[in-house]
Design a protein around this ligand. Structure first.
Ligand code: ZN
Ligand code: ZN
Length: 392
């Protein structure tokens, strides 16, 4: 299929939308100003849409010139509670920050919607998602719960940002199967029996129990999970005690578990609980164990990934589409869509230095190279049209 070419005028508009959105970052699933801005652009171009999540989420529909399949593209619209330090002319005006580049995602999704509306000589239809939040608690799940995925055959999306060195600047990176992890969390209250620091035989020490749990959990990674199936267990909180001479009553462990397969995820949660119970009992204590399943692992459909890679190659050339050799252990709620319908999520590397350094996503000096907004938009259009052509 021929490479999509976006004209200079639309490219200029995409950059303009991004800059305006960058000034007005909002948090989570309540972003009336952002959603209102996107709706105004859609109205201006005569694009139909439906609203979700209390009027914050938007799904725009662009009908082709004949019947066919329905494919979705996804943008996300939320910022972060970070005070911007980029020094950009169009820096945030309200104390929050688009530090995850979702301003760019929204602008690219708008660009795709406007282009497709102007060039609707395709079979089928394209739905463009503007989901409200992506950062926890996330907008994908409530959009799905309200029926936004109904009638859609496949979905494609991308995340841009600084993905060097794994993905060189200007390249796409992807893999079939697991691309990103489930970011679950746990909290374990260890109940011992407090006492005098000099008389341990009269007490049950929750700190000893906690220490053994921290060690034991790592054996789930090193001894019980397949070495080829990545698992991260990080105990990031160990809170207990008040004085040198007091054995405390309780200790609290908290942390995160990252997995990339559904089975391993269930297995690790179950084994953590078993270890916590049995080790605590072994040392005469008790635990109160809680484990929260958050976003699922993001698992790309193999066939959709092949189509995504071919489409990306049309835009940037085959040598700039990187097949990643393993998943990234960060997470994305695009995974909820992929649990229900086939699709593919891509990374586009477009780092941009501030004061000589390219900062990572979620950093107060993060920004991206706007020259690649055209590339990302073209890819979204290319893959949507390729899907509709393949599924007439
Ligand atoms: Zn983020
Ligand atoms: Zn993000």
């Amino acid at each position: 299929m021929r490479r999509i070419v976006i004209d200079k005028e639309l490219t200029r508009q995409i950059i303009g939308w991004r800059r305006r959105l960058h000034q007005i970052p909002e948090i989570g699933n309540d972003l009336p100003q952002t959603s209102g801005y996107v709706q105004a652009v859609l109205d201006e171009h005569g694009i139909d849409y439906a609203l979700y999540v209390n009027g914050n989420g938007i799904v725009a529909t662009i009908e082709g010139s004949s019947e066919g399949a329905c494919v979705a593209l996804r943008g996300d619209m939320d910022g972060l509670i970070i005070t911007e330090q980029t020094g950009l002319d169009f820096a945030s005006e309200n104390g929050h920050m688009h530090a995850c580049g979702h301003d760019g995602h929204t602008a690219m999704a708008l660009g795709a919607a406007v282009y497709l509306k102007q060039h609707n000589d395709f079979s089928g239809s394209v739905k463009v998602f503007f989901q409200p939040g992506e950062e926890a608690p996330g907008g994908a799940k409530p959009m799905i719960d309200e029926g936004a995925l109904e009638g859609i055959d496949a979905i494609f999306g991308l995340h841009h940002g600084n993905f060097e060195p794994e993905i060189p600047k200007g390249s796409f990176g992807v893999r079939p199967g697991p691309l990103m992890a489930a970011p679950d969390t746990f909290e374990i209250k260890i109940l011992g029996k407090g006492g005098h620091g000099g008389l341990p035989d009269k007490a049950v020490d929750p700190i000893i129990i906690g220490s053994h749990l921290v060690q034991a959990f790592q054996t789930l990674v090193s001894r019980e999970s397949k070495p080829t199936d990545p698992v991260v267990i990080s105990v990031t909180q160990f809170i207990s005690g008040t004085a040198h001479n007091i054995i405390p009553n309780e200790a609290l462990l908290g942390g995160t578990v990252r997995t990339v397969s559904h089975d391993t995820r269930e297995f690790v949660a179950l084994r953590m609980q078993e270890l916590a119970d049995s080790i605590a009992h072994g040392f005469r204590g008790e635990v109160d164990f809680s484990y929260e399943f958050n976003y699922p692992p993001l698992i790309n459909d193999a066939e959709a990934t092949e189509l995504a890679m071919t489409s990306a190659a049309e835009i940037v050339g085959e040598d700039r589409v990187v097949l990643l050799d393993g998943p990234m252990m960060a997470s994305e709620d695009f995974s909820f869509y992929l649990e229900r319908i086939p699709g593919c999520f891509m990374h586009l590397s477009n780092p941009q230095a501030v004061d000589g350094v390219s900062y990572p996503l979620h950093h107060p000096k993060f920004t991206f190279d706007e020259a690649y907004l055209e590339v990302g938009t073209s890819y979204l259009i290319q893959v949507a049209l390729a899907y509709l052509r393949q599924n007439k």
